[in-house]
Design a protein around this ligand. Structure first.
Ligand code: ADP
Length: 372
C-alpha cells in the first residue's frame, strides 16, 4: 500500500476494482476519523451511508482503544507513508475475525489519512483453533498412553505408603491392646499421616499430568519442572538399574512455560533414553538431565543417554509422526515434543556425542511476563 494516494472520487476503473474486493477498504481522516472513502465491502458491513461518518466501529483499529503504538491523530505529513496497524480484531457484533492493515498516507488534498484494508479471516481462525484443539487432544492421549505404560509401576509406588500406613496402624492397635498411652502412640500415628500425604502427592501428580487443560504458560522455576517430571519416572529408572544424574545450574531464571507440557517432553526424552540403554553395561548405565542458561533469553535443558545412539539415516526421520524402531512404539513421542517446544518458541534438537549415546536439547524462553 506504500505511496498510495486515493482521490475523493476514485475514478471508475479503480473504484470498480476496490468494490470488487472481498476485503473492506476504507480511508479516514487521521485526525478526526471522518470516513472519506469506503468500498462496497466496507459499506456492506457498516451501512451504505458511512462516508462522512466517524470511524467508531469495533472492527477498525481505534486510537482511543490503544490499538496503535503512536496515535495516528498526531502524525504529520512529513511522517507518511508509515504503517499504523497490522493485526487481528474481532467484530463483536458479528463474531467475525478480521486481519487489518492500516497505513498513514497522504490524501489528495494534502491531509494525512488512515488507509485500511480488513480481510475476513474467521474461517482461517476456526481451522487454526480446530487444529490446536486436535493437537492438545493428541498430546493428552499420548500422556494417557505414557501413564498407561507406567501404570504398574505407579501402582507399586502408591502401594508403598499404603502398606506403611497399614503397618503403622496395626502396630498402634497392638500397642493400644497392650495398654500403651497416647504419647507412646504419637510417633507411629505421625508417620502414618506422613505416608498418607506421600500417597496423596503421588495421586495429585498423576491427576495433574493427565488433566485436560488449555495450555497455560506461567513463570516456572526449571527445578520444579524437573522435580515433578522425574518423580514420575524415578521408579522406572531405579527398576532398570540406571543411574540418574541431575545437573541444574545455580540461579537459573524461571522459564515461561506450561509446566505439564514440559514435563511431558522431559518424560518422553527420559523414557527414550532409558529404552536406548537397554543393552548398556556398567558405567554406561547413566542418564544425565541438565539445565543451564542458554544463549540469549533462553534456558537450555538436555537429556543425555549412553545408549545405542541414532544412525544418520534415522536422525532424519526422528521427528516425523509414527517413525519408530520399537516393536511397541507409537512413534509420536518426539513429534509431540517438538511441537510442544515450538509452541513455547523454543527449539528441540538432537546430537550424537563423541562418547556415544544421544543428546537431546531443548530451549525455553525465560519468563518476562506474568501469566497469560
Ligand atoms: P517411540 O518411542 O514410540 O518409538 P518417539 O517419537 O519417541 O517414538 O521416538 C522415535 C524413534 O526415535 C524411536 O523409536 C527410536 O528409534 C528413536 N529414538 C528416540 N530417542 C532415542 C534415543 N535417546 N536414543 C536412540 N534412539 C532414539
Amino acid at each position: 500500500m506504500e505511496n498510495v494516494v486515493l482521490a475523493h472520487n476514485a475514478d471508475e476503473p479503480l473504484k470498480a476494482v476496490l468494490d470488487g474486493l472481498q476485503a473492506a477498504v476504507y480511508a479516514a481522516d487521521a485526525k478526526s476519523g471522518e470516513i472519506l472513502f469506503a468500498n462496497r465491502a466496507f459499506q456492506a458491513l457498516h451501512g451504505f451511508d458511512t462516508v462522512g461518518q466517524v470511524l467508531n466501529e469495533q472492527v477498525v483499529p481505534l486510537p482511543e482503544r490503544g490499538d496503535y503504538r503512536a496515535d495516528p491523530r498526531g502524525i504529520s505529513t512529513a511522517d507518511v507513508p508509515c504503517e499504523l496497524f497490522d493485526g487481528e480484531l474481532l467484530q463483536p457484533r458479528t463474531g467475525r475475525w478480521y486481519h487489518i492493515r492500516e497505513q498513514a498516507v497522504l490524501w489528495i488534498d494534502g491531509r494525512v489519512v488512515r488507509l485500511g484494508i480488513a480481510t475476513d479471516i474467521t474461517d482461517r481462525q476456526e481451522t487454526a483453533e480446530i487444529a490446536r484443539q486436535q493437537e492438545e487432544r493428541i498430546a493428552r492421549t499420548a500422556r494417557l498412553t505414557t501413564l498407561g505404560e507406567m501404570a504398574s509401576m505407579l501402582a507399586h509406588e502408591i502401594n508403598q505408603p499404603l502398606s506403611a500406613i497399614a503397618n503403622y496402624c496395626n502396630g498402634c492397635v497392638k500397642r493400644m491392646q497392650a495398654g500403651a498411652n497416647a504419647a507412646e502412640l504419637l510417633p507411629a500415628i505421625r508417620k502414618a499421616a506422613e505416608q498418607a500425604e506421600r500417597a496423596g502427592k503421588i495421586i495429585a501428580r498423576i491427576r495433574a499430568f493427565v488433566k485436560k487443560s488449555e495450555p497455560r504458560r506461567c513463570a516456572i522455576p526449571v527445578a520444579a519442572i524437573l522435580e515433578e517430571a522425574l518423580a514420575l519416572i524415578e521408579i522406572d529408572v531405579r527398576r532398570r538399574g540406571i543411574r540418574l544424574k541431575i545437573d541444574v545450574a545455580n540461579n537459573l531464571p524461571a522459564v515461561f512455560a506450561d509446566q505439564i507440557m514440559i514435563e511431558q517432553v522431559l518424560l518422553n526424552l527420559v523414557r527414550n533414553g532409558l529404552d536406548a540403554m537397554k543393552d548398556a553395561v556398567g558405567d554406561e548405565r547413566v542418564l544425565t538431565v541438565s539445565a543451564k542458561a542458554g544463549g540469549g533469553r533462553f534456558v537450555e535443558i538436555s537429556v543425555m543417554d549412553r545408549g545405542c545412539g541414532i544412525s544418520d539415516e534415522n536422525r532424519e526421520k526422528l521427528f516425523q509422526p509414527f517413525f519408530t524402531t520399537k516393536d511397541e512404539g507409537m512413534g509420536m513421542g518426539l513429534a509431540i515434543c517438538r511441537s510442544i517446544i515450538e509452541f513455547h518458541d523454543g527449539r528441540l534438537s538432537v546430537e550424537s556425542p563423541p562418547a556415544g549415546g544421544t543428546l537431546f536439547t531443548f530451549t525455553l524462553p525465560i519468563e518476562e511476563a506474568a501469566c497469560e
